[in-house]
Design a protein around this ligand. Structure first.
Ligand SMILES: NC(=O)C1=CN([C@@H]2O[C@H](COP(=O)(O)OP(=O)(O)OC[C@H]3O[C@@H](n4cnc5c(N)ncnc54)[C@H](OP(=O)(O)O)[C@@H]3O)[C@@H](O)[C@H]2O)C=CC1
Ligand SMILES: Nc1nc(=O)c2c([nH]1)NC[C@@H]1CN(c3ccc(C(=O)N[C@@H](CCC(=O)O)C(=O)O)cc3)C=[N+]21
Length: 283
């Protein structure tokens, strides 16, 4: 029977500690979120972030973009936020409307305000495992915080990451590599047989593809650590990319969906925002 990686409980503790730190600092951090209000997931997550931020003393400013917005118009919004001294952190919620070049927008965020670590500068720092302070994407960073909390050793282990988005898979693979795991990064063009072959003896599997029950218990080895980033709604119920019932019988540790990676993502984003406020105050 697997130990549950309880992101909900851990994120609660992190937010209590963070609220104290924000209060003691006397700072007034503000997180600006640019998002597409037509995207249901975005509306849901923006609301969750807003409520969680308020509880720890971080102000939020949510900027909804029209569905015909252009890349240039979003770049202008980001430029204004970069120049606004009252704005500590900027999050561009993916996906933006189809016509917008997300990557170009992510990289236009001033690195010191890029609290989701999606811009080329911060991703480059992560890829190169550079020393110093820089923001790392909240989802993969939250996964690493959870693994550390449960003393899960990554050194020399075989890790498989499925999904290679800018906000999850790519930084996830970089973090596991920096932790000295041997990492396979699978994606849509990974042949099914090859995926099954790497999964069967993986010590840790982190999946975020957005396909319900994409990974089942029979595909993983006994004792594997399973982290489910997936967020799908099936018959009105939120479910992950891992078929929990069959997988938890073989895994040593497993995240639930909901209650696993999601809450850690939000807590980590808020920690990144406060860290940005501290470094901006110093400079
Ligand atoms: N809990 C949380 O905090 C978060 C949850 N999510 C959830 O994670 C999931 C992924 O989101 P996101 O990272 O934005 O991913 P994207 O939707 O941007 O990309 C999906 C990724 O999965 C890969 N993929 C698609 N089909 C397959 C397949 N059959 N086999 C292997 N790989 C495949 C794609 O490969 P390719 O690159 O080749 O197209 C791509 O890299 C979603 O359900 C999202 O809601 C996302 C962020 C945070
Ligand atoms: N720049 C950017 N950064 C992101 O981090 C980002 C993004 N864009 N685009 C969309 C995804 C999605 N995402 C989630 C955050 C929290 C939960 C979460 O807390 N979910 C709850 C359940 C919510 C429910 O029940 O539906 C849970 O897992 O317990 C889920 C998904 C962040 N994203």
């Amino acid at each position: 029977m697997a130990t549950i990686l309880d992101g909900k409980a851990l994120s609660k503790d992190l937010k209590i500690a963070l609220a104290d730190k924000v209060k003691e600092s006397g700072l007034s951090p503000k997180l600006a979120v640019v998002f597409d209000p037509k995207n249901d997931g975005s509306r849901l997550y923006v609301g969750m972030k807003q409520r969680a931020a308020a509880k720890v003393g971080i102000a939020t400013e949510d900027i909804a973009v029209a569905d015909d917005v252009t890349t240039e118009a979003v770049l202008k919004i980001v430029a204004d936020l970069n120049a606004d001294p009252s704005v500590t952190g900027i999050l561009v919620q993916a996906p933006l409307p189809e016509a917008v070049n997300d990557q170009q927008v992510f990289s236009a965020i001033a690195p010191e305000k890029d609290v989701d670590g999606l811009g080329a500068f911060n991703q480059g720092m992560l890829f190169g495992d550079q020393p110093g302070e820089y923001a790392v994407a909240a989802t993969p960073q939250g996964v690493m915080t959870m693994l550390k909390h449960y003393d899960i050793d990554l050194h020399g282990k075989k890790a498989v990451v499925v999904g290679r988005s800018q906000l999850f898979g790519r930084p996830m693979a970089a973090l596991l590599n920096n932790a000295n795991a041997t990492v396979t990064l699978a994606h849509r063009y990974t042949p099914r047989e090859m995926l099954l072959d790497v999964l069967k003896d993986a010590d840790i599997v982190v999946v975020g593809v957005g396909i319900a029950n994409f990974i089942t218990g029979d595909q993983i080895k006994d004792g594997a650590v399973l982290v489910d980033v997936g967020m799908n709604v099936v018959d009105g119920k939120t479910t992950g990319d891992i078929e929990f019932a069959s997988a938890e019988k073989k895994a040593s540790f497993i995240t639930p969906v909901p209650g696993g990676v999601g809450p850690m993502t939000i807590a980590t984003l808020l920690e990144n925002t406060f860290a940005a406020a501290l470094s901006q105050e110093k400079n």
